[in-house]
Design a protein around this ligand. Sequence first.
Ligand SMILES: Nc1ncnc2c1ncn2[C@@H]1O[C@H](COP(=O)(O)OP(=O)(O)OP(=O)(O)O)[C@@H](O)[C@H]1O
Length: 276
Amino acid sequence: MLTMTGVSKRYDTGDLALNDITLTVPAGQVMALIGPSGAGKSTLIRCVNRLIEPSAGKVVLDGDDITRVRGSALRLSRRKIGMIFQNYALVERLSVMENVLSGRLAYVGFWRSYLRRYPRADIQQAFHLLERVGLESMFDKRGDELSGGQKQRVGIARALMQNPKLLLVDEPTASLDPKTSRQIMRLICELCREQKLAAIINIHDVALAQQFVDRVVGLRAGSMVFDGHPSELSPAVLTSIYGEEDWSVPTDTDNNDDDDSGTDKLVDTLVAGSHP
Ligand SMILES: Nc1ncnc2c1ncn2[C@@H]1O[C@H](COP(=O)(O)OP(=O)(O)OP(=O)(O)O)[C@@H](O)[C@H]1O
């Protein structure tokens, strides 16, 4: 479980990027973080793992006060946080298997990892995860031989190799087509529920978030202006987060998923505020 209490961030430039954020994400809950560009979403995610130092407040994960630890204690706390990135952050010249195993780096140490001497149990876990994300037949392909969706599946498996308590997910679908985006969101959410992981997903695609997550937090100018179930995302709420807009006008987003729905349905869902 993750708890943020009174977290604020003021950059050296004087910008107040986060203003007194208090929230708890229980184990197994997938929370989407939405808000306009510059609202503070990336800053919030990076304050959780201290890639950015909060100016005030406290972040506690699984009993560890992350805001107080440093050095090796901070590294131990960070092992509990898996990250999934928009640009996948794979080592392209390494194989799928090696990329997944690199999720154990914080456990096995640099040299063992460099020499690719992973314990047998780690290799078994990596195979199991590759099977779970649907890439078992690609274990020996190079990172640069994969499609965007396949790369993101490797990124997910690598994050899970850490045996994390929390996943921080930064725009996981921003570079993917609509169908692959849905598959990736579905996979992340299913895995979080299966493994009882808390997750924060920074995402711009509100309709996509609404379809898969348990909870949505809306940021505007660094402050939390919404915290609720996806079904509560009414046009009025969207306006409070993003500002004035005619939310009934469909976007031109292409949607070619084969299992159900299309853009119209997503827009209808948003406008009606219902959760499928
Ligand atoms: N390193 C920095 N130094 C100074 N100000 C920063 C820095 N990084 C971000 N900011 C400011 O903090 C605010 C929040 O930025 P942040 O990147 O967290 O927003 P965001 O919601 O993630 O935006 P986007 O959706 O465009 O990625 C913005 O006003 C931004 O200009």
